[in-house]
Design a protein around this ligand. Structure first.
Ligand SMILES: Nc1ncnc2c1ncn2[C@@H]1O[C@H](COP(=O)(O)OP(=O)(O)O)[C@@H](O)[C@H]1O
Ligand SMILES: [Mg+2]
Length: 321
């Protein structure tokens, strides 16, 4: 309960005029280009296109949503707003897809776009699951959910595996209480909070059938497809390059072989499995180099993943006939 030295409790607000609000760069925009220039969202969209492999349908949906928001800004600038209401469109979304298909990554970019267009004040993402919202005992859920909402205000609340909030088999489940508070916030704070529900497609469909109120508040449903083997390889190369590594001779082919086996195993998680496999390959590469203590290591050696670093995976051992 320490009070900062410079604050004087109970002192009247200073009489001086508040500093002038910064000029709103898109408040006077009349063309799409003026909104784009004022908001700098094109940079985010270009990054999204460039940094993320594949995801063509997702990228085009995001462009559509961005176009809608830009045009909405132009409409608002001309005063085309429903009488007596804030011009806040419903922006809540649902991202369905298997693990590791880029849902969280895209949510971060969406938050940036929403922020740059002025739909949310800060543009941060608060990522939660059921346990962050629902308490174990009576009376614990509401404060927990409200606390999370408070943190997310001004940004995006990303609820992973949102369907776990609803457990019909348990009559007294507190998840329902969290859902109701969320619904209220989604309606009342839509000018400063965007909720993104994420999870497996089928389970989310079931969840929406039992929670039509939630479904009706979701404006955009976006499905994230699994990556093709070729996209997974490209993702691997991007990830390596991002850490100043590369596949040495034959290592790309070895990794393609690895993926061929890994994708058929349980718990395969698309790009996340790629990241984990590469982390293990880097570990093996490090052990390999560590063994030879007196040798001067070249840049090439310190950045190259060899086929052996991949073929040592137990994915290859397990499937031996
Ligand atoms: N299209 C992509 N291109 C490059 N990296 C990706 C792509 N999709 C996902 N990743 C990476 O894979 C990992 C898992 O992605 P994430 O967004 O957490 O997936 P999800 O939320 O769907 O489980 C992250 O490290 C992310 O950077
Ligand atoms: Mg995720």
């Amino acid at each position: 309960m320490s009070t900062p030295l410079y604050s004087i409790p109970g002192s009247p607000a200073p009489a001086a005029a508040p500093p002038p609000a910064p000029p709103d760069p898109i408040g006077a925009a009349r063309t799409v280009n003026e909104v784009l220039a004022g908001s700098r969202i094109e940079a985010v969209m270009d990054e999204l296109d460039r940094d993320l492999v594949g995801l063509a349908p997702v990228k085009s949906r995001i462009r559509d949503i961005a176009a809608l928001l830009v045009v909405d800004k132009l409409r608002a600038n001309l005063g085309l707003v429903p009488a007596g209401r804030t011009p806040a469109p419903s922006l809540h979304m649902c991202f369905t897809g298997n693990p590791g298909t880029g849902k969280t990554t895209v949510a971060l970019r969406i938050a940036q776009i929403l922020h740059r267009l002025g739909y949310v004040r800060q543009g941060h993402v608060v990522s939660v699951t059921r346990d962050d919202l629902v308490g174990q005992y009576i009376g614990h859920t509401a404060p927990k959910t409200r606390e999370v909402l408070k943190k997310a205000m001004g940004g995006v609340l990303f609820i992973d595996e949102a369907y776990y909030l609803y457990r019909p088999e348990n009559e007294r489940d507190y998840g329902q209480e969290a859902i109701e508070i969320l619904l209220q916030a989604m309606e009342n704070h839509r000018d400063d909070l965007v909720v993104i529900l994420a999870g497996y497609k089928e389970r989310m469909d079931t969840f929406f059938r039992s929670n039509p109120g939630m479904n009706s508040r979701i404006a955009h449903h976006i499905d994230f497809p699994d990556y093709t083997p070729d996209e997974l390889l490209q993702i691997a190369e991007r990830m390596l390059a991002g850490r100043q590594y590369r596949f040495g001779e034959g290592a790309r082919a070895a990794f393609a072989q690895y993926l061929g086996r890994r994708t058929r195993q349980p718990h395969f998680a698309n790009a996340r499995s790629v990241r984990n496999a590469l982390d293990r390959a880097r570990l093996r590469a490090a052990s390999r180099l560590f063994a030879d203590r007196d040798r001067v290591l070249t840049e090439a050696e310190l950045t190259t993943i060899l086929p052996a670093d991949i073929l040592a995976s137990r994915v290859f051992a397990a499937a031996a006939p």
